[in-house]
Write a protein that binds this ligand. Structure first.
Ligand SMILES: *[C@@H]1O[C@H](CO)[C@@H](O)[C@H](O)[C@H]1NC(C)=O
Ligand SMILES: *[C@@H]1O[C@H](CO)[C@@H](O)[C@H](O)[C@H]1NC(C)=O
Ligand SMILES: *[C@@H]1O[C@H](CO)[C@@H](O)[C@H](O)[C@H]1NC(C)=O
Ligand SMILES: *[C@@H]1O[C@H](CO)[C@@H](O)[C@H](O)[C@H]1NC(C)=O
Ligand SMILES: *[C@@H]1O[C@H](CO)[C@@H](O)[C@H](O)[C@H]1NC(C)=O
Ligand SMILES: *[C@@H]1O[C@H](CO)[C@@H](O)[C@H](O)[C@H]1NC(C)=O
Ligand SMILES: *[C@@H]1O[C@H](CO)[C@@H](O)[C@H](O)[C@H]1NC(C)=O
Ligand SMILES: *[C@@H]1O[C@H](CO)[C@@H](O)[C@H](O)[C@H]1NC(C)=O
Length: 412
């Protein structure tokens, strides 16, 4: 049985192992079995009412070009049950920086799928949710136990679970915590939480390497998506007031614009929007900003700060989204930073914004302000497109706002 002491012992062991990442990165099966017996999944619940939804479910498939996903029958059918997003963008290649961005609001120069750990002074969406006790969790298919930090599972043969597809596990502010790792769970626990009505208000869902199309193809992944999602959308507990995003981590063809086939479904999609399309410019960062605006949470002060909000949410807050001229948008590589292992290394950790307004309308998180106060932000994070003038990455993209006059003064 789980006790606080056994958890502390487990966390203590992890802390001791921190310097020698060998155990963390490549544990033995015996170590995995021992950890499974001493750490148990944790499933906090809450019900904080949001402006447009009470639950946000983020499901990511892998490496598929827009047109290929759009022509899959199962995905096309599901998209028609909700809102098709035609202008949703990844932020880089390969996989890992995109998952990192979804949790941390930046990719920190990450340009590989290597085993990387982000220092504890970098905040994530977990810090935002915790300001209002909004329950959160991740469900990672085939992870051998909650909070598992290894690079893959099973240890040999074909990969099923991979760390590079796990957003929050990359951050020491999550893994160093006594409780947070236990909220990163597998699909066994997902179905237990569903049964016990203990699903969190935010969940990030990563299917295994076959179901997500990485080691199969979009037909197989579309079929999986239909079998996974369709019953859930009929389940009153799961779907009521829930907004479900189905998207991909990245496009498959690297020199091309990194636009992704994506759709929103679930009980929170208003009846009159079912079967419609939305061509607002979004990135993975827009989902952080949209959750912040929805629940009244602060910003990370990184690229979530200026990101467009889901139209459904912007319509509730009166925020006017940017219209982005995408003719020069690629978003297919990151700029230099401390997480680069492929030739774009820079020792400088990007400093987030701590002052000024963000699209979500609730300023920057206290924890971010306390850490970075008085430092000059590295980038202009109020832009809806992540860019870097120094490296020339994504520079020259034009965007503007069409102001509805009633909003002219409040939005300028
Ligand atoms: C959350 O609260 C809303 C009312 O604000 C209610 O309709 C909904 O059923 C509640 N959901 C859960 C999971 O308790
Ligand atoms: C993704 O890659 C494909 C190339 O296969 C390309 O046709 C498409 O335009 C890319 N991006 C978008 C915007 O879908
Ligand atoms: C955050 O941690 C990194 C790595 O330890 C360090 O280089 C950086 O200076 C720290 N930033 C601040 C603002 O303390
Ligand atoms: C999922 O995690 C639970 C709890 O940590 C563990 O007992 C179970 O064996 C895991 N399931 C799989 C399929 O690995
Ligand atoms: C798609 O992947 C599945 C499973 O890996 C395989 O059985 C099927 O033949 C593949 N289809 C195509 C068109 O490659
Ligand atoms: C999914 O694949 C199975 C096995 O190939 C097939 O029987 C089923 O009809 C497919 N379902 C959908 C919705 O495509
Ligand atoms: C990104 O796209 C541009 C334009 O096609 C191309 O020159 C560049 O090599 C691409 N970057 C990567 C990492 O593929
Ligand atoms: C930062 O970006 C915002 C939004 O695009 C723009 O209005 C502002 O002028 C930029 N500030 C600087 C210092 O470049």
């Amino acid at each position: 049985m789980f006790t606080k002491q056994s958890l502390l012992a487990f966390v203590g062991a992890l802390a001791l192992a921190a310097a020698t990442t060998i155990t963390e990165e490549n544990p033995t099966q015996a170590e995995i079995d021992a950890a499974r017996a001493t750490t148990l999944p944790y499933s906090p619940v809450s019900n904080v009412t949001g402006l447009a939804f009470n639950r946000f479910v983020d499901i990511w498939l892998e490496n598929t070009d827009y047109e290929d996903a759009a022509s899959d029958e199962n995905l096309a059918k599901l998209a028609k049950e909700g809102i098709l997003l035609t202008n949703y963008w990844a932020i880089s290649h390969p996989s890992q920086p995109n998952y990192c961005a979804a949790a941390g609001g930046d990719a920190f120069g990450m340009d590989s799928d290597d085993f990387l750990q982000i220092p504890s002074n970098v905040s994530t969406i977990a810090d935002l949710f915790d300001t209002k006790h909004i329950s959160w969790g991740e469900y990672q298919e085939d992870m051998p136990h909650a909070g598992y930090q290894g690079k893959r599972y099973p240890l040999d043969g074909a990969k099923s679970y991979v760390r590079k597809h796990n957003p929050l596990i990359q951050f020491n502010s999550v893994t160093d915590d006594a409780v947070r790792p236990r909220q990163i769970k597998n699909f066994t626990t997902f179905y237990e939480d569903l049964k016990h009505h203990s699903l969190p208000q935010h969940m990030f869902i990563t299917p295994n390497m076959v179901n997500d199309a990485h080691d199969s193809n979009i037909t197989f992944a579309g079929n999986w998506t239909d079998r996974f999602l369709s019953p859930l959308l009929k389940d009153e507990y799961f779907t009521k007031d829930s907004l479900v995003l189905l998207t991909f981590d990245e496009n498959d063809t690297k020199p091309y614009p990194n636009r992704l086939f994506s759709f929103l479904v679930g009980g929170a999609v208003p009846e009159h929007l079912k079967g419609t399309t939305d061509d607002t410019f979004y990135t993975h960062y827009s989902m952080i900003a949209s959750m912040s605006a929805n629940w009244g949470l602060p910003s990370l002060g990184r690229w979530d700060c200026g990101a467009n909000l889901l139209k459904m949410v912007a319509d509730k807050t009166g925020y006017v989204n940017w219209e982005v001229d995408t003719s020069n948008v690629y978003l297919n590589q990151t700029y230099p930073g401390p997480m680069s292992t492929k030739g774009h290394y820079s020792s400088k950790w990007p400093v987030p914004a701590t002052k000024g307004g963000c699209s979500a309308g609730h300023g920057v998180a206290e924890i971010v302000k306390n850490t970075y106060d008085r430092l000059q932000p590295t980038y202009n994070y109020t832009s809806p497109v992540p860019y870097d003038a120094a490296s020339g990455n994504n520079v020259g993209i034009k965007y503007h706002r069409t102001l509805v006059c009633a909003l002219c003064f409040s939005s300028l």
